[in-house]
Ligand binder design. Structure first.
Ligand code: CTP
Length: 405
């Protein structure tokens, strides 16, 4: 079935060079079964014309408050929307939304909308990192707005850094996730202090080489994003990744398993929930060469030693206490459920999210996942193929249920 069948999406396009990508979003939304109303700012109209959107959506695309007033006012447009996506969202539009300003059709329509709102910021790094923008994003997130991206990557004019608009398919996934989550009013994790680890660790062999794994960090970052939008105070301990931390999340970058261990163990007393989505290297070279290993010196043999098992140590240290709540992940290829049950017991976790990493559309690097959530009380729930944002929502539902006892 089409993912957005029967859904009316308000697509807001604001004025940045990335506005051209909004045409692709319009196409994806229509392809997913949505009815799309496009509203452009005047700035957006200078980058991309309404005709493109009218052709793609088969519906009027509008810029001015003063047009078509009799048929479709901003109030009607806002009320009709099941979800709104602002793609791209400039720093200026974020500021206007945060301040509740309504000086054009897009902002008046959004003020009249009560549906979930997703914003995909795009701007230069300096603008994204400006205290004013950070504040505005915080305000919006506090209101339940889902902020997707920005990515870290190539920007206009050859610059590079955080501020790049997320790709169209990621924005559409966020629209689906926003519809599936309870919407702006859902703040069921308000005040919960949640630490999530994400990505893979790197264990250095010499100054240029390391042992690593295929984890991209997407699952852990999705958990951080969704938890923050549901009111949690999130600490994200991240291995090396190009992903940008969601605004308002406290990010701690680590490289090795030992650094991740120290970052997590040093915060155990400050958190209510620990979600170990990271793929931690189980082994590291017993020593790191200080100079690059040269091939003329022959094939090196690398001695490996065990890394600490962070989750197992958390479980052992907590013992019979009920906090922090511990959520583990397991990447399995065989006898997936039994292996998951064994790991849940062995590591002393409360919940274990089992990935079948043998499948090509789930697990490492891809945007979708299919998981089994095992609870230590013996219950299980299967989550069919869904985006990592949707899976994050389901995992956090299980966390919320456990926290409430
Ligand atoms: N984990 C951890 N520290 C490690 C290894 C794993 O905290 N050194 C955590 C992971 O973050 C994950 C869970 O343990 O939440 C299971 O990871 P997985 O790689 O599936 O399990 P392993 O412990 O490596 O077990 P095995 O090698 O037997 O599959």
């Amino acid at each position: 079935m089409e993912r957005l069948a029967g859904t009316r999406v308000l697509l807001g396009v604001s004025g940045g060079i990335a506005a051209y990508k909004a045409a692709l979003v319009a196409r994806l939304l229509v392809g997913a079964g949505a009815t799309v109303d496009t509203v452009l700012t005047r700035g957006a109209e200078r980058f991309i014309g309404v005709t493109t959107f009218e052709g793609l959506t088969g519906r009027p695309a509008r810029v001015e408050v003063w047009e078509d007033v009799a048929s479709e006012t901003h109030v009607a447009l806002g009320r009709a929307a099941d979800v709104a996506l602002i793609y791209p969202a400039t720093a200026h539009v974020l500021a206007k939304l945060a301040g509740g300003l309504a000086d054009d059709l897009l902002t008046t329509t959004l003020l009249a909308a009560t549906c979930p709102v997703v914003v995909a910021p795009a701007m230069h790094t300096e603008m994204w990192q400006h205290a004013a923008t950070r504040h505005n994003v915080e305000v919006l997130r506090g209101r339940g707005v889902l902020v997707v991206g920005p990515d870290d990557g190539v920007l206009m004019g050859g610059d590079s850094g955080p501020g790049r608009l997320v790709e169209p398919d990621v924005a559409v996934d966020a629209v689906v996730a926003a519809l599936m989550s309870a919407g702006p009013a859902e703040r069921d994790l308000d005040g919960v202090r949640l630490l999530v680890t994400a990505g893979g660790t790197r264990e250095p062999i010499d100054p240029v080489r390391f042992l690593g794994n295929r984890s991209s960090g997407k699952m852990g970052f999705a958990l951080a994003e969704v938890a923050a939008s549901r009111g949690a105070k999130v600490t994200l301990v991240a291995g090396p990744t190009h992903l940008t931390a969601p605004a308002g999340v406290d990010r701690i970058d680590v490289v090795t398993a030992q650094e991740m261990y120290d970052a997590v163990m040093g915060r155990v007393d400050e958190v209510d929930v620990i979600v170990k989505a990271a793929a931690v290297a189980d082994f590291r070279p017993s020593s790191t060469a200080t100079s690059k290993l040269k091939k003329d010196a022959g094939v090196p043999s690398i001695d490996l030693v065990r890394n600490p098992d962070i989750l197992a140590d958390l479980g052992a240290q907590r013992g019979d206490a009920d906090r922090p709540l511990l959520v583990g992940f397991a990447a399995e290829t065989d006898e997936v459920e039994q292996a998951g049950r064994d790991k849940l017991a062995r590591k002393g976790a409360d919940l274990l999210v089992v990935n079948d990493v043998g499948a090509s559309d789930a697990g490492f690097e891809v945007d979708t996942n299919r998981v089994l959530i095992l609870d230590r009380d013996g219950t299980r729930s299967e989550v069919p193929l869904a985006t990592k944002g949707e899976i994050a929502g389901t995992i956090l539902d299980a966390v919320g249920a456990r926290l409430r006892g």
